[in-house]
Design a protein around this ligand. Structure first.
Ligand SMILES: Nc1ncnc2c1ncn2[C@@H]1O[C@H](COP(=O)(O)OP(=O)(O)OP(=O)(O)O)[C@@H](O)[C@H]1O
Ligand SMILES: [Mg+2]
Length: 407
């Protein structure tokens, strides 16, 4: 029997066409749902859709539910999928409305609301940063007294480190309050000093079939505050090293505590200098910023398809083997305007040869892109090596020696 899968936002963000294609390749009939016409979708998404339901406004939940219910009078819908953070609750609501299997709203909320998330995990005995929810300035100040400094103020439903502020003192807290006034609800959290990692999985029916750890260099908050930095996402080959053991164990406990069953997950965690492991956040979706490709380069395999197998077949059939350490280095142009020249790249490509697996930089002549809006910024260079040391050395040379000049 062919499965009919409703895929919310099949064209955006950048990875969605690849997931859409994955569903089609494992034999599903994919029905797109979005507020764009089919013609406006990226070709890869368009080509793998059997049908596309265009709605006027994707965020008008009640209206979208009605439209989808109307559609189910003509076609059976077996699954509702959304891998884009803002659409996760909509997907859950649609599942409830049409009786499709998968996570309902109540199960999805802990993946969206960072306070509910941490309360659930606290109850399960998982180490989270001390945290409070606050919706007025006085509540923030109260929470700050209880949490102590340094602390972090960030939106309850945040993404991309936007409106996230580290405060080392009351004065800094007052400054941050001025900057988050447009955010209706924030988390006030103990600031955790340390390194930051991911723990990413593909699960099916509660079984873990694929896991991945990436190391962020430097920590995302520092990446975001310093334009000169070339941020890196490092896909680590050897997951069995002692340094990662605590994070992986925590990752499994988190999935169990939240009752996750089928799909992609993306968790972030901290390792303090004393070795203590602290939970950061989790999404019931894959990471963005090319991290799924990093996983594919690590394994010479296809996690887009692995996810599609999980969704459509209830198990992941392909076997993943970690063969490479992968370093994805993101670049940010210097100057404003259009890219005038790219220096330092050619000699490194010649020297690193086959260890360079992808180069995708803003081309000469194109406008430079915002490094604040997206971690991808002016593009990236991906290198890989069986050993971690040489992979990092190549990545660091790309960070230091490749420069894009705009003007
Ligand atoms: N309690 C904390 N202690 C230390 N650093 C923190 C803390 N909370 C957030 N940060 C920093 O801010 C970054 C963004 O926070 P977080 O990951 O919670 O939010 P986000 O905006 O949803 O993230 P993403 O960039 O993954 O979408 C973290 O990666 C980390 O560098
Ligand atoms: Mg994060």
């Amino acid at each position: 029997m062919t499965l009919n899968v409703l895929m919310i936002s099949p064209g955006y963000p950048a990875e969605m066409p690849l997931f859409t294609r994955g569903l089609a390749r494992v034999g599903a009939r994919v029905i797109g749902l979005g507020d764009q016409p089919k013609e406006a979708l990226p070709p890869m998404a368009r080509e793998h859709l059997a049908h596309h339901l265009q709605v006027r406004n994707l965020w008008d939940e009640a209206a979208v539910v009605r439209e989808v219910q109307k559609l189910t009078r003509q076609v059976r819908i077996d699954r509702v999928e959304c891998l884009w953070e803002p659409g996760m609750i909509l997907a859950a609501r649609l599942r409830e409305a049409i009786g499709a299997p998968g996570m309902n709203v109540e199960q999805t909320v802990p993946f969206r609301d960072k306070e509910v998330m941490k309360q659930r995990l606290d109850a399960a005995g998982i180490r989270t940063p001390r945290h409070y929810r606050a919706s007025t300035e006085d509540q923030v100040r109260d929470a700050a007294e209880r949490v102590g400094y340094p602390l972090i103020v960030k939106p309850i439903a945040g993404a991309g480190s936007a409106d996230t502020h580290r405060c080392a003192s009351r004065a800094e807290l007052e400054r941050a309050l001025g900057m988050v006034r447009h955010v209706s609800e924030v988390s006030v959290e103990e600031f955790i000093e340390g390194e930051e990692f991911t723990f990413d999985t593909i699960c099916a029916e509660g079984e873990l079939y694929f896991e991945n750890v990436c190391w962020y260099r430097p920590r995302p908050l520092v990446q975001r505050q310093n334009e000169w930095i070339s941020p890196q996402t490092v896909g680590v080959r050897n997951l069995d090293q002692p340094d990662l053991e605590g994070g992986r164990r925590m990752g499994r406990e988190v999935l169990r505590a939240l009752g996750f069953r089928t799909g992609f997950t993306h968790m972030e965690w901290y390792r303090k200098p004393d070795g203590e492991v602290v939970f950061g956040e989790i999404g019931g979706r894959p990471p963005g910023a090319r991290t799924v490709d990093v996983m594919n380069y690590c394994t010479d395999n296809d996690t887009y398809l692995g996810w599609a197998e999980a969704v459509c077949r209830g198990r992941v059939e392909r076997r993943f083997e970690r063969k490479w350490n992968v370093v994805c280095t993101f670049k940010r142009a210097q100057g404003e305007g259009r890219i005038q020249r790219i220096v330092g790249l050619e000699p490194l490509l010649a020297q690193f040869g086959p260890f360079v697996v992808e180069v995708d930089l803003t081309p000469v002549g194109a406008p430079r892109r915002s490094w604040k809006l997206s971690i991808v910024g002016d593009g990236y260079v991906v290198v890989r090596h069986p050993e971690l040391g040489p992979a990092l050395e190549m990545g660091d040379r790309i960070a230091r020696e490749v420069r894009l000049y705009a003007g």
